[in-house]
Design a protein around this ligand. Structure first.
Ligand code: M6R
Length: 609
């Protein structure tokens, strides 16, 4: 999705804003640009070289006059108009004195475009964003101050978006406003910044602030009609600049995969006290309200949705509360039956997925209590929910999530245990024991990660295959879904996931000797059933890989390759069985010569519908 970085103050360098854009590269983009206000007015450079746009932009920074005190930058992920030079941001008005960058979609842009065209404006791009610059131009021409003009135009735009604008007559201020889409404010070393997310500016900013909605904020010099940084709520972001640097690995995907045992441990440790009790101060919902919950709904997208599917088993197991799980983009258009005995849990690594945000907002409006499980402090989801459980996975740069997935499951598990304890379904002693056993799973995850090379060797004969099926039952079905999603995202291969018992109801027709079936078969109460399903698969000639607990020779004899993971309690098994599948996705993608950090067509944070 589009990324925004803007900086103002003495000695701000286009190169610094560029570095911020570089750190937003992971969000996905296809063109990029920078603008500054120098002594001669607004200067803009833009480039549309697909994934190489930032490399190209870097080589052109010298075209900008040095010594400006205001620079804004943008990475564009095309929505309205192809990824061409004309459509790349920043955009300007007819006078060239208004310059802006935009993330999101102007839903009513057609009528607004027709309006500015009918007023004689010459539009140079096909974007919805440029229309905004011309609307602001009209307000300025009518005598409005920049902040008022921006606010007035923004109120006419429908849709979710963040906007950052600068004006030639105000070279000391940048103005921002947003609705739902991410944008934060930061300061450091006498300079002020706007950015789509914190990792972009970790090396230049020391203090971070929440950006309110629907309010024009000016950074740099105070401006008439705009609130300044002093009115904003600080954000306690404790990530360090080195957390987003690629060290010792070929890709962020592999680096973050290698960090997942630590991320999981940090998350669960932050939610367990020294005596094995729950740390509930994070969970700011009245325990009595939780106690009378009669229904939990978990919503999320992609990998977060899969964590939610695991969460369903955990909550039903420990707390005996009925749980439904839905894809956020579906849930938001349902008519769910909710009241204040219902809790809706939004799971989102970024806390900025628009689908999840709107699903949770809708649930709150229908009367439900809401809980966010997110990795990003101060994210939209964390702010709009009644309460938050933060995962402590550190920043996740890779588009394909790994370490946050395990951390989400860890947070949901601890919530499930706490709820079970509150509702009297488990004794405090059992709850303590369950928490401690969960914490110990980190060691098993680490062992599985140490086997990465071994998994890759066993997977080598399969990397040329282009048809994969993942099967598992109960807790392993979400793992199968996650394995298939990782492979799709990174390798672009056809990968399907099914509950193992469902194969015979149709999908088995697709199996032949060209197909590879990955069967998840940990030692649990359904193991025998899955072994029988593997026999069915073998009888159709398909090649089989099993993911099994150490020492399960019986499962191994049914397969061409066995990926063993350390044995943990069946209830925690998704935390370890997913590891070989994450390794597999990386290995297959690499064997196909693909860049693990730049999967095609994908964005890290999906802030459009
Ligand atoms: O930030 P979120 O957790 O809300 O993101 C949800 C999905 O977009 C995300 O999990 C996506 O499926 C990833 N690329 C998975 O690897």
């Amino acid at each position: 999705m589009c990324g925004i970085v803007g900086g103002v103050g003495p000695s701000i360098l286009a190169a610094e804003v560029f570095e911020g854009l570089k750190r937003l590269e992971y969000r996905g983009y296809d063109s990029a640009g920078l603008a500054l206000i120098g002594t001669g007015g607004v200067e803009v450079i833009r480039t549309a070289c697909g994934r190489h746009s930032l490399d190209d932009l870097k080589g052109r920074i010298d075209e900008l006059t040095p010594g400006a005190s205001l620079v804004i930058g943008h990475t564009r992920w095309a929505t309205h108009g192809a990824p061409t030079l004309e459509n790349a941001h920043p955009h300007t008005d007819c006078t060239g004195r208004v310059v802006l960058v935009h993330n999101g979609i102007v839903d009513n842009f057609r009528e607004l475009r027709a309006e500015v065209v009918s007023h004689g404006h010459e539009l140079k791009s096909a974007t919805d964003s440029e229309v905004i610059a011309h609307l602001i131009e009209e307000e300025l021409a009518a005598g409005m101050e920049p902040a008022a003009a921006l606010g007035s135009v923004f109120s006419r735009l429908s849709g979710h978006m963040a906007l950052v604008a600068a004006f030639a007559q105000f070279p000391g201020s940048i103005f921002g406003i947003r609705r739902t889409s991410p944008l934060l404010v930061a300061e450091g070393d006498g300079r002020s910044f706007f950015a789509s997310d914190a990792p972009a500016i970790l090396d230049v900013a020391t203090s971070f602030y929440e950006m309110p909605e629907e309010r024009v904020i000016a950074i740099g010099k105070l401006a008439n009609g705009a609130a300044g940084v002093s009115t904003l709520t600080p954000l306690a972001i404790d990530w360090a600049s080195q957390d987003v640097e690629l060290v010792g690995h070929q890709s962020f995907y592999e680096m973050e995969l290698s960090q997942e045992a630590g991320a999981f441990l940090d998350t669960v440790s932050s939610l367990i006290d020294e005596g094995g009790g729950a740390v509930v101060d994070e969970l700011k919902v009245d325990p009595y309200e939780l106690k009378r919950l009669r229904k939990v709904t978990v919503v999320g997208c992609g990998t977060s949705y899969h964590a939610g599917l695991v969460g369903r088993f955990l909550i039903e197991h420990f707390a005996k509360v009925p749980v439904e799980v839905d894809v956020a983009s579906e849930y938001r258009y349902r008519d769910p039956i909710l009241d204040d005995d219902a809790l809706v849990v939004g799971v989102s690594q970024s806390g900025e997925s628009l689908d999840t945000i709107t699903a949770v907002k809708g649930a709150a409006a229908a009367g439900a209590r809401t809980l966010a499980v997110t990795n990003v402090i101060g994210s939209q989801l964390s702010r709009l929910s009644d309460t938050v459980l933060y995962t402590r996975a550190g920043p996740e740069v890779s588009v394909a999530s790994t370490k946050t997935h395990l951390s989400q499951i860890g947070a949901l598990a601890l919530f499930a245990i706490y709820l079970g304890e509150l509702k009297g379904h488990i004794y405090p002693e059992e709850a303590r024991e369950a928490r401690n056993s969960l914490r110990k799973v980190a060691a098993a995850i680490e062992v599985a990660l140490e086997r990465k090379r071994g998994y890759e060797e066993k997977l080598a004969p399969f990397v040329g295959t282009d048809r994969f099926f993942f099967i598992g039952r109960n807790l392993q079905y979400p793992v199968a879904l996650e394995g298939a999603l990782k492979l799709k995202e990174l390798s672009y291969l056809a990968a399907e996931a099914y509950p193992a018992g469902e194969l015979k109801h149709g999908p088995i027709a697709m199996l032949d000797s060209e197909a590879v079936v990955v069967a998840l078969v940990p030692r649990d109460r359904l193991r025998e059933k899955v072994l029988a399903n593997i026999e069915e698969v073998r009888a159709r000639g398909a090649r089989v890989i099993v993911v099994a607990f150490d020492g399960d020779d019986e499962a191994a004899t049914l397969a061409e390759a066995a990926l063993f993971v350390p044995e943990v309690r069946p209830i925690w098994s998704p935390l370890v069985t997913v590891v070989p599948l994450q390794v597999m996705a990386g290995a297959v993608a690499r064997s196909r010569g693909l860049n693990l950090d730049r999967p095609r067509n994908l964005a890290k944070t999906v802030t459009v519908e």
